[in-house]
Design a protein around this ligand. Structure first.
Ligand code: T3D
Length: 262
């Protein structure tokens, strides 16, 4: 197994830690492949009911490892379209398609694709000292890993353009005020809170939570009329889940539900 991703599975939560702290957890090929394999495992294994993504050391993730892109080493110019197609796009699609909640605990600086991978997760908590940087413009690139899409969609053009064109750091608290993330949290409370949240989601009605994620993601790309039909269809599916029956029974019996994720 790769040491670039630390993987722990506990009570339905798959905790994944980006683990190249000396390079601020920037992505080399090994880490790309290891992270994708772990998210795929979350997809395939019914015992996994939530994912928690974080970083080792003082940073969350500094995007692509630029040491692997050193132009001074000579050779042809790299085909970055190929690496996006091979690594970042499949990862982004996998996170968005995973019918289970993905919590991201941004423990420190998140730059380039590192910031945009965080924004693709479902619930993002960040340490108050963490900052988000669209570092791409500093090296002549465009925001990838879904960044130009999520920033424009969440923030609108004025803020999206300013962040992307200037690469100015955005502090966690402002990111929360702007709706880019869920919450900024005191640094020393981040992991406790993120783990509690992931555990709570993993003990939840997994079918209903997955369908909820799907519906909310679909909403921006559809009209209300079409979307009302989707809500009907997915509510039908949720209503057939065992966890719905358990949720209603528990309510009527005035006790806590015991959701099994089916
Ligand atoms: O190539 C493709 O496949 C296309 C896809 C691109 C996706 C992208 O993500 S492009 C954007 C790549 N990322 C960046 O441009 C960010 C580069 N890093 C930084 O700007 C800064 O490191 C930070 C603002 C993130 C943090 O600054 P600071 O001062 O807190 O830390 P530092 O001293 O710069 O970094 C600490 C160490 O991590 C340092 O190594 P050293 O000197 O102690 O041996 C630094 O070189 C290393 N590091 C940080 N980021 C990267 C990195 N090494 C390789 N690649 C990095 N991206």
């Amino acid at each position: 197994a790769s040491q670039t991703i630390l993987s722990e599975q506990n009570s339905g939560v798959l905790k994944l830690t980006l683990n190249r702290p000396e390079k601020l957890n920037s992505f080399n090929e090994e880490m790309h492949l290891a992270l994708r394999a772990e998210v795929q495992r979350a997809h395939d294994d019914p015992a996994i009911r939530a994912v928690l993504l974080t970083g080792a050391g003082r940073g969350f993730c500094a995007g692509q490892d630029l040491g692997d892109r050193d132009p001074r080493k000579g050779g042809p110019k790299p085909d970055l379209g190929h690496t996006i197609e091979t690594f970042y796009n499949p990862l982004l699609r996998l996170i968005r398609k995973l019918d289970k909640p993905v919590v991201c605990a941004v423990n420190g600086v998140a730059a380039g694709a590192g910031a945009n991978i965080a924004f693709a997760c479902d619930i993002v908590l960040a340490a108050r000292s963490a900052k988000f940087i669209q570092a791409f413009s500093k090296i002549g690139l465009i925001p990838d890993a879904g960044g130009s899409w999520s920033l424009a969609r969440i923030l609108g053009e004025p803020r999206a353009k300013a962040l992307a064109l200037t690469a100015e750091p955005l502090m966690a608290e402002t990111a929360a005020d702007w709706g880019l993330i869920w919450k900024a949290i005191e640094d020393d409370a981040l992991m406790t809170e993120a783990e509690a949240l992931a555990a709570k989601l993993a003990a939840g009605p997994t079918v209903g939570l997955g369908l909820t994620k799907r519906l909310i993601q679909e909403a921006a790309g559809t009209d209300l009329d079409t979307h009302l039909d989707r809500e009907r269809d997915l509510q039908r599916e949720a209503g057939f889940s065992d966890d719905y029956a358990e949720g209603v029974a528990a309510f009527l019996e005035k006790r806590s539900p015991n959701f099994r994720g089916s």
